[in-house]
Ligand binder design. Structure first.
Ligand SMILES: NC(=O)c1ccc[n+]([C@@H]2O[C@H](COP(=O)([O-])OP(=O)(O)OC[C@H]3O[C@@H](n4cnc5c(N)ncnc54)[C@H](O)[C@@H]3O)[C@@H](O)[C@H]2O)c1
Length: 451
């Protein structure tokens, strides 16, 4: 099958490469000339585990190509997936300008019987508008379909090749059959291929993301209450998670969700609701709770240093919005760093893959460390923002020696609070207040709170 992906970002590149891996002829099209040139010269513009190897293998086999030309990429394609960004506009709604330009760009070159599939996350009604935008240019007969994407950055290849389900929204059987053919190699474990109406498919993606975002904001709110009343959110989490009606997934407290999906999708669905005269109170509150939660580590640090962070050195571990990706869109680390800079702190950061992306925004206003331990050199406190695996079991004795004072504010609850107190750290998590330090370290200053 000849397939074209319009938009070669996190979704288009991963899914296009996986389609190539299963034997299709795939062209990934993008308007970003530098990105396409990089891919054509053997580079991969994003960090996603396993992707580079897969891209190289499929380019070498001739099944995966990159292009900036709509004419070349669309002319022979049986399936065209729209995978461009749908960022939020000034009002919080989805900005559809890239989807529209993809539709208008492909229209003159569509072959008869092509299936145009929207994989971008778009509000209800967009697929039908895509069809209208195309029909404004061409009389050619084509099919439309909605095929929302559920992959998670950091585990994108696995998610895509072993999906829990595939959802397609169609008007006609032929489009459904073509999509089933493409997805068959990924559904060999009998996971469902769900054929629904186009509007339902569009809605399913928003509802899924809003449900997950709601769980995160809910547990964050519970964690904040736990901390005030002296309860331990980890114990509470276990206590509720064993209830089969509740479960454990997505109920980890933290520093708020970021990334290119949850924040904008929650706001976009609220905007859709408002357009239909429904005030989406839950969605608004989820968004507000999350925005507030992104300040939690700064609040804790500021309180600990009694409102004066001037001249303090703060180490920050983790910059990407979640582990195993270099994506920093709406990352909580950026909120924390901005607040720390405004408060006059010196900041030393480490992230295994996202430092380059942060440097493009923050330049030399912060210091970048090659190793996470180096970020701790002379630090008054360490803030953990992203739960990269290498942060899970560090050498605490080494950290204590490197830091000016053994103080950790953990935005991901990576460590055991009793053990941290015994190791001589002032350690506070989310929904976990610090315990009194039981064994002051022999090789550092007595553990008193700074004046
Ligand atoms: N990133 C995720 O984890 C994820 C998961 C599921 C769904 N989605 C959705 O998928 C869509 C794409 O997300 P992404 O993270 O891959 O975005 P991205 O920003 O990484 O990639 C979008 C790409 O589209 C290109 N582009 C823009 N206009 C174009 C045009 N007219 N023609 C050709 N290329 C064009 C851009 O240059 C960019 O390379 C969004 O709607 C998003 O909500 C994303």
């Amino acid at each position: 099958m000849k397939i074209t992906m319009i938009g070669t970002g996190y979704v288009g590149l991963v899914t296009g490469t996986c389609f190539a891996e299963s034997g299709n002829d795939v062209t990934c099209l993008d308007v970003d000339t530098r990105k396409v040139q990089l891919l054509q010269s053997g580079g991969v513009p994003i960090y996603e585990p396993g992707l580079e190897e897969l891209v190289k293998r499929n380019v070498a086999s001739g099944r995966l190509k990159f292009s900036t030309s709509y004419a070349d990429a669309i002319r022979d394609a049986r399936c065209i997936f729209i995978c461009v960004g749908t960022p939020q506009d000034d009002q919080g709604a989805a900005d559809l300008r890239y989807v529209r330009s993809a539709a208008e760009g492909m229209a003159p070159f569509l072959r008869s019987g092509a299936v145009v599939i929207c994989k971008s996350t778009v509000p209800v009604g967009t697929n039908r508008r895509v069809a209208e935008w195309i029909r404004a240019t061409t009389q050619t007969k084509f099919h439309i379909a909605s095929n929302p994407e559920f992959l998670k950055e950091g585990a994108a290849i696995d998610d895509f090749t072993k999906p829990d389900r595939v959802v397609v929204g169609v008007d006609d059987e032929e489009a459904a059959d073509v999509l089933q053919e493409i997805y068959r190699p990924f559904l060999r474990t009998e996971k469902p291929f769900l054929v629904v109406g186009i509007e339902s498919a569009e809605m399913i993606k928003y509802v899924a993301n809003c449900m997950l975002a709601t769980k995160i904001s809910f547990i964050n709110e519970m964690a904040n209450i736990c901390e005030k009343v002296g309860a331990d959110i980890n114990e509470v989490r276990k206590g509720i998670g064993h209830d089969a009606r509740i479960g454990f997934a997505f109920l980890f407290p933290g520093v708020g969700y970021g990334g290119s999906c949850f924040p904008k999708d929650v706001r976009a669905l609220a905007a859709v609701a408002a357009e239909c005269g429904i005030e989406a109170r839950i969605l608004r509150t989820v968004d507000e709770t999350n925005t507030e939660q992104k300040h939690v580590l700064f609040r804790k640090l500021n309180e600990y240093f009694q409102g004066d962070l001037r001249g303090r050195t703060i180490a920050v571990w983790g910059l990407s919005f979640k582990p195993r990706t270099d994506d920093i869109r709406e990352a909580p680390s950026l909120t924390l760093i901005q607040e720390l800079l405004e408060a006059g702190a010196r900041i030393k950061v480490h992230d295994p893959v996202a430092q380059q992306n942060v440097r493009q925004i923050l330049g030399d206003s912060i210091e970048y460390s090659v190793h996470h331990y180096d970020a701790c050199d002379g630090a008054d406190a360490l803030a953990i923002v992203t739960e990269w695996n290498e942060f899970r079991n560090p050498d605490f004795d080494y950290i204590r020696v490197k830091m000016k004072s053994p103080v950790i504010f953990d935005g991901r609850n990576l460590y055991d609070r009793e053990k941290m107190a015994r190791r001589g750290f002032h350690y506070s998590g989310i929904g976990l207040s610090a315990l009194p330090v039981s064994l002051p370290p022999a090789d550092s200053e007595p553990l008193t709170k700074p004046a």
